[in-house]
Design a binder for this molecule. Sequence first.
Ligand code: EPZ
Length: 416
Amino acid sequence: MEKFIIEGGNSLNGTVEISGAKNAALPVLIATILAPGVHTIRNVPNLRDTRTTKKLLEIIGAKVTFENNIMQIDTTNCDNPVAPYDLVKTMRASFYVLGPLLGRYGTATVSLPGGCAWGPRPVDIHLSAMEALGAKVDLASGNIVATVDKLVGTEFEMRFPSVGATGNMLMAAVLAEGTTIIKNAAKEPEISCLVDFLNETGAKISGKGTAELTIEGVNELHPVDFSIIPDRIEAGTFLIAAAITQGEITLKNVEPDHLGKVLEILEQVGAEIQIRQNEIRLKQENRPKSINAVAEVYPGFPTDLQPQLIALLSVAKGNSRVIDTVYNDRFKHVPELVRLGAKIAMDDNMAVISGVKQLAGGPVMCPDIRAGAALVLAALVAEGTSVVDRIYHIDRGYENFEENLTNLGGTIRRSD
Ligand code: EPZ
């Protein structure tokens, strides 16, 4: 199993180009199923998860090429509305095929997802959304089997603004009979990106970026040439990497509007931040200050940066508290950070951190994608050598991670 060997102590300085957003690319790539023909999707990050999505589309019958961050997808002959277990278990986002397959074929067989290592990640909101649109949903030997003659528009209130369920329901509703209204919808930029994509293919969706999305069903959609938005979570990860090592970084190809709360929190921690059109510059002169923060749905501080923030605050001056209101059990990184000398106590979904001056390098293991990134950040500032194992989690969401960190002055290398 591959691991990173990291020598801590260097501050990170320089420039990094941000890739396309993984969590926008995955639903957009899968939504091409709804519009038969040849799509060109640009700024697609080259990750394990996007390569897995290519395989999933090919299993469904699409012809896909992927090079230079451009995916060409021919969905003319998608004739196999099935997402198999051995693929869905490696990537929860495969569950996104449910909406498009129901919308185009009136049938979908999708394995119940596995995905990240932390806690139960139910799909009940996805399923009740499909039932609200008229689908019959059954569970048969680990697969969700959904069938419908024709989806019919409806009004549906999400019990939680689930990103995935909002995406799935959007993709199901665009070809449904009549109008669908999704209330308490997710407002994440990745959902707005999906709305833009679907509207370009001929869908009629209004309310983008708000908690109420209205979809007028249409009869058919057509293929498009479309570009994915920048990855705000990759951007936030590098900003925190510069902050924790007291360096100075410039991010290029980034959308500052998607990072509002993140920049606010980092300024509270003592970072100086400047914004130009699609660039962000961060400078952290001194030891980070302690703060209290809450990870919540957009536009709040994102749960996908909660592990990285906890790593940063573990070396801050003073005590901090971080609560995650999206996942109350996304804290598998805490015991690993404690192995590096962090002082963190858990109280339900709140991490209570008393900052230490110095972490000490050692062997740690990535429990999931963002926790893995957090451990790398901690290792970059810890004294001595760290070995970060199971970095296949990191490869799911960060393209050229160690190359980017090396170019910024980090001492990190991949080894078998
Ligand atoms: C998306 O996951 C992201 N993944 C996650 O990023 C991200 O952490 C999450 O949104 C929250 O922002 C992709 O976009 C591929 P949710 P998703 O449905 O859609 C509960 C990463 O690191 N819930 O918004 O699965 C759920 O348990 C990944 O890139 C239900 O209870 O997240 C959670 O507590 C990790 N029932 C909360 O809602 C449901 O049917 C938010 O989940 C669906 C969700």
